[in-house]
Design a protein around this ligand. Structure first.
Ligand code: GLC
Length: 448
């Protein structure tokens, strides 16, 4: 009897663990690793909100009546849109995947969905399925396609009661079962008609007033895995990952940081990590937001994310005519020039065994440690923080490396060997001159 109870107990435990998505198959592990290897993605926020050129929250921020807002669709005609040109540019920038807003909080679907007529094919003069073109271009260029999908909806009357901070419609008309069925029908289309989808990227759950609201994620995630077992799931719910989620998201912050105030409730997990960030201040196209980070600053963020073991998902808000803002194109080219010669110190790496330092970060592939000495700009001047000149000698950095040793350090740009010596729990490495590139990369070989 005791034995039967023990067997039952073990079985129950196994079932619970499996239901929570804690059992990870080798295949899933491999796909998650491939995602981590890709390191750099482009986030696209594009929809009918782009026409109002004030970001993707414009409907909410300007209290636009939902019927009035819907009329925007009648004028959406992105005559310059070319998925091929976009993807070519992303590829040249070194991006390895694209995350596209299939349907944002405004509820407008950017593909020919059969679940509602409120979509780009049926209600715009453009009448074409941009998602189809994007999926084809991504597959041609070898970039993975990820899809952003909003749990929140400002347009539909069946969206769950009390869910939005500023619902633009009468809450009494809500019908959760109907809305849930609608979402699952859309997800089924997205995962059936557009080839392999690398990930579904959920957003908007955090807006619900009832913290404990049951979104029935378990069933929804199971549907995704049933339709495309290789599709990863991420959810920007601003909390630690739950259930079958495959990666953890950080909005506008690196893992463990909370400068934007969205990550206060999450702990950095063992899952693959992804930081998403805007180039300026807004996700969707904003005609007056010229507060762009410099190309060098974006390289620093990308490299720092890699050093913190996270992917970097960099956002662009295309214009309503389908073109990318000039500032975004400039920055992509700038990043591309850097990636051209240095991507092998980023792709396929993990955060190095040396945690982030004042002078920069490390990435690692096997026994090769890439030491990224990052320049920072302060008051228009380049400064290398954390570097020291001892007794008038050359500039040097301290590499904490307890319990490990290195046999060789070279300067990546010209392959020259650098001097180094043991110092306390690590090494002092001497640099030939003051680094003046955004990321001066050294390669160190760790002894077995
Ligand atoms: C926030 C915003 C949303 C944006 C997302 C990207 O959740 O509400 O507009 O798409 O961040 O991370």
């Amino acid at each position: 009897m005791k034995r039967i109870f023990s067997i039952l107990f073990v079985l129950l435990l196994a079932l619970t663990v499996a239901a929570q998505g804690l059992v990870v198959s080798d295949e899933t592990r491999r796909i998650r690793e491939d995602f981590q290897d890709r390191k750099f993605g482009i986030f696209i926020h594009w929809g009918i909100y782009s026409m109002l050129a004030s970001g993707e929250w414009v409907m909410h921020n300007r209290h636009i009546d939902r019927d009035e807002y819907a009329k925007l669709a009648g004028g959406f005609c992105p005559s310059w849109f070319s998925a091929r040109e976009w993807v070519q540019l992303f590829k040249e920038a070194g991006a390895q995947y694209v995350t596209f807003t299939s349907r944002h909080h405004d509820g407008f679907s950017m593909w020919g969905t059969k679940a509602s007529s409120y979509n780009i094919v049926e209600t715009t003069p453009y009448g074409r399925d941009v998602l189809k073109s994007l999926a084809e271009a991504c597959s041609e260029h070898g970039l993975k396609l990820h899809l952003y999908y909003s749990h929140m909806d400002w347009q539909r009357t069946d969206y769950p009661m009390g869910a939005c901070r500023n619902c633009p419609h009468d809450e009494a008309t809500t019908n959760w079962d109907s809305y849930y069925a609608f979402m699952n029908m859309q997800l089924t289309e997205l995962l059936t008609n557009y080839g392999p989808i690398g990930a579904i990227w959920f957003d908007g759950m955090w807006d619900h007033k009832e913290k404990e609201f049951d979104w029935r994620l378990g069933e929804q995630y199971a549907l995704i895995k049933k339709l495309q077992p290789k599709c990863l799931i991420g959810n920007n719910h601003h909390g630690s990952p739950i259930g079958a989620e495959d990666f953890q998201l950080f909005e506008q912050d690196l893992p463990g940081q909370n400068s934007a105030g969205f990550s206060g409730e999450q702990k950095v997990s063992q899952l693959p990590l992804e930081t998403c960030m805007t180039m300026n201040n807004t996700w969707g196209y904003n005609i007056t937001d010229k507060n762009y980070k410099s190309g060098d600053e974006l390289i620093r963020r990308l490299v720092t994310a890699a050093g913190m073991n996270a992917n970097f998902l960099l956002n662009i808000g295309p214009r309503p005519d389908g073109q990318l803002p000039d500032e975004a194109v400039d920055r992509l080219k700038h990043i591309g020039a850097f990636m051209d010669s240095n991507s092998s110190t980023i792709y396929g790496t993990r955060g190095g065994c040396v945690p982030p330092q004042e002078w920069g970060v490390t990435t690692q592939k096997g026994k090769t440690l890439y030491i990224h000495v990052l320049n920072k700009e302060k008051d228009g001047k380049i400064v290398n923080e954390g570097l020291k000149r001892i007794n008038g000698g050359p500039l040097s950095l301290f590499l904490p490396l307890s319990g490990q040793s290195i046999s060789k350090v070279t300067l990546r740009s010209d392959g020259s060997s650098l001097d180094f010596q043991r110092e306390g729990d690590g090494y002092r490495i001497f640099l030939p001159k003051r680094p003046n590139t955004v990321d001066c990369i050294l390669t160190a070989t760790l002894n077995p």
